[in-house]
Design a protein around this ligand. Structure first.
Ligand code: FAD
Length: 471
C-alpha cells in the first residue's frame, strides 16, 4: 500500500507513523516543519508561554507558605520583571526542537517527507509544489490519500490584523514588550489562555465576550471559577459585547462594539475561532464533500465521500483538538490497512483549557445531558476540603463526576485545578472503559493528592447511584 498524506500536524504525522509501522510506503507533504500549526504556532507555543506565566503561582503563594524573597519580606507578590524576548525565544526554540524530534521519528520510521504545498489532482494523485522551487510540480501516486491540512485563525473583514497592534493568535509571538493594555476579543479557550498569560505578565487585560459569560461552551461551574479568578486578578470582562469592527488608530487598537460602545487598548488580540484549511486543495474538482463551513465531511473511520481519500483533524472541524486529530489520523490508517477498527469514541474525548486553574473535561457535560435529556447523576466536590490543595494554597476549583443512574457508569467529568490536564486522566480512563463510579473509587490514589478528590467524589456518587462503593 502506498499512502500520500497532505499536512504534517498531529493528524498527518501520527497517521504516517501508524501507516509506516503497518508496512505501507508513506509520503507526507507539509509546507512547514512537521508538527504543523499544533507544534509551531498553537498548542506547543501557547502552553510554553503559559508555563512562564505559571512562575507567578510560586511567587504568589510563597509568602503565605512562609518563604520570603530577600529584600521584600511580607510583600504579597515580590517585585519582578518579565523578560518577554527571552520568553518568546524559549517558545520559538522549544517549538522548533519539538518539530525536529517529530521529524526524526517520522524519518526513522521510513517515511519520505516532502516539503511543499500539496493539491489533490486525482483520486490517487497529489501534486506538490516544492517550497522555494518555482519548477515543475512533483506528482505523488498513492492507493490512498489522507488530507490533514488543519485550520487557520478566523478573520473578520472589519478587523484586519496588522501583526503589531491588532493581532491574531499567531502574531502574539512577535511581541517583544508586555502590552500595556491587551483587549482580547473572543470568549473561547484560546482567548482565555492568552488572557491568563498576559494578566500574569502584568498587562491590563480586557476580555470582550459576545455572551453573558466567558467560555460559553464549557461547564458553567468551571467557567464561573475562572471568571472569579480573573476578576480577583484585575481582568475586566465586557459581557454581551459583540465586536463589529476593530481598527488601528495611531499606535492603539480600538474595538467598536455592535451596541455603539468602544474599547481601546495598546493591543487587540482576535481569538474568534478557527476555520478549516482547504484553500487550493482541489476538493471540489475531486468531488470531496464539505459542509456549509467548508469542513471536509468524514465518517467514523475518517473516510470522505471519495473512497480513496481520507481526512483527519481540524480540516474536518469535528473537535479541534490535537488528540482528536491524531486519533482520526490513526483510525484512518488502521481502516485503510485492514486493521480491526472501531469508530472514534466521541463520547469519551477529553480536553483542557490551560487557564489558571485549568479546566479539564471528558465525555458528557452536565449542560449537554440537560439539553439532550440524557439522565445523569452528578456530584461535585470543591477542592477547598482537599488536604493537598490546602497545603499548596491552591484551593480554587472542584471535581465533578457524572454517572448514569442505575448502572453507575461514569459518563463524564470535569476538573478545575492547577494541573487539571493531568488529573483528568483517571476519569478519562473510566469514561472510555465504561467503569462505574464504584470501580473508579476503588483504584488507589495517593494521599495527600489532588487526585484524592476524584476518588472521594466517585465514592460519594457510587453510594448515591449504586447504593455502595464496595462493588
Ligand atoms: C492558540 C491555539 C492553542 C491550541 N492549544 C491546544 C492544546 O493545548 N491542546 C489541543 O489538543 N489542541 C489545541 N489547539 C488545537 C490544535 O492546535 C489543533 O486541533 C491541531 O493542530 C489540529 O491538528 P491538524 O493535524 O489537524 O492540523 P495542524 O496542526 O494545523 O497541521 C496542519 C499542517 O498542514 C499544513 N498544510 C495546510 N495545507 C497544506 C497543503 N496544501 N500542503 C501542505 N501542507 C499543508 C499546515 O501548514 C500545517 O503545518 C490549539 C489551537 C490554537 C489556535
Amino acid at each position: 500500500m502506498r499512502v500520500v498524506i497532505v499536512g504534517g500536524g498531529p493528524g498527518g504525522y501520527e497517521a504516517a507513523l501508524v501507516a509506516a509501522d503497518l508496512g505501507a510506503e508513506v509520503r507526507i507533504v507539509n509546507d512547514e516543519g512537521l508538527g504543523g500549526h499544533c507544534v509551531l504556532w498553537d498548542c506547543v507555543p501557547s502552553k510554553t508561554l503559559l508555563t512562564s506565566a505559571q512562575a507567578f503561582n510560586t511567587l504568589e503563594t510563597a509568602p503565605s507558605l512562609g518563604v520570603h524573597f530577600e529584600g521584600m519580606p511580607g510583600q504579597e507578590v515580590p517585585r519582578y520583571e518579565v523578560d518577554l524576548p527571552t520568553i518568546m525565544r524559549r517558545v520559538h526554540n522549544l517549538a522548533l526542537a519539538q518539530s525536529e524530534d517529530i521529524t526524526k521519528r517520522v524519518l526513522a520510521a521510513g517515511v519520505r517527507v516532502v516539503v511543499g504545498r500539496g493539491r489533490v489532482v486525482g483520486p490517487h494523485t497529489v501534486e506538490v509544489q516544492h517550497t522555494g522551487d518555482g519548477g515543475r510540480p512533483e506528482r505523488l501516486e498513492g492507493d490512498a490519500i489522507l488530507l490533514a491540512t488543519g485550520s487557520d485563525p478566523r478573520r473578520m473583514d472589519t478587523a484586519p490584523t496588522d501583526g503589531e497592534v491588532i493581532l491574531s493568535s499567531k502574531d502574539v509571538y512577535r511581541l517583544r514588550k508586555v502590552p500595556e493594555h491587551l483587549v482580547v476579543v473572543g470568549a473561547g479557550a484560546t482567548g482565555a489562555e492568552y488572557a491568563t498569560a498576559f494578566l500574569r505578565f502584568g498587562a491590563q487585560v480586557t476580555f470582550v465576550v459576545s455572551r453573558d459569560r466567558i467560555l460559553p461552551t464549557q461547564d458553567e461551574d468551571a467557567a464561573m471559577v475562572i471568571e472569579e479568578v480573573f476578576e480577583r486578578r484585575g481582568l475586566r470582562t465586557l459581557k454581551n459585547a459583540r465586536a463589529a469592527k476593530v481598527e488601528r488608530v495611531g499606535d492603539r487598537g480600538v474595538v467598536h462594539l455592535e451596541d455603539g460602545r468602544t474599547v481601546e487598548g495598546s493591543h487587540v488580540l482576535l481569538t474568534i475561532g478557527q476555520v478549516p484549511q482547504t484553500t487550493g486543495l482541489g476538493l471540489e474538482e475531486m468531488g470531496v464533500r464539505t459542509n456549509d463551513h467548508g469542513a471536509i465531511i468524514v465518517d467514523g473511520v475518517s473516510r470522505t465521500s471519495v473512497p480513496s481519500i481520507y481526512a483527519a483533524g481540524d480540516v474536518t472541524s469535528k473537535l479541534m483538538l490535537a488528540s482528536v486529530a491524531a486519533g482520526q489520523g490513526r483510525t484512518a490508517m488502521w481502516h485503510l490497512l485492514g486493521q480491526a477498527v472501531a469508530p472514534l469514541r466521541w463520547d469519551a474525548v477529553s480536553a483542557t483549557i490551560f487557564t489558571d486553574p485549568q479546566i479539564a473535561t471528558v465525555g458528557l457535560s452536565e449542560q449537554r445531558a440537560a439539553e439532550t435529556g440524557i439522565e445523569v447523576e452528578v456530584d461535585t466536590l470543591p477542592l477547598a476540603g482537599n488536604a493537598r490543595a490546602k497545603m499548596s494554597n491552591r484551593t480554587d476549583g472542584f471535581v465533578k463526576l457524572l454517572a448514569r443512574p442505575g448502572s453507575g457508569t461514569i459518563a463524564g467529568g470535569a476538573v478545575v485545578a492547577s494541573y487539571a490536564s493531568d488529573l483528568i486522566a483517571p476519569i478519562s480512563a473510566a469514561c472510555f472503559n465504561r467503569l462505574t463510579a464504584s470501580q473508579l473509587s476503588q483504584a488507589f490514589q495517593i494521599y495527600p493528592s489532588f487526585a484524592g478528590s476524584i476518588q472521594e467524589c466517585a465514592r460519594r456518587l457510587a453510594v448515591r447511584v449504586q447504593g455502595s462503593y464496595r462493588y
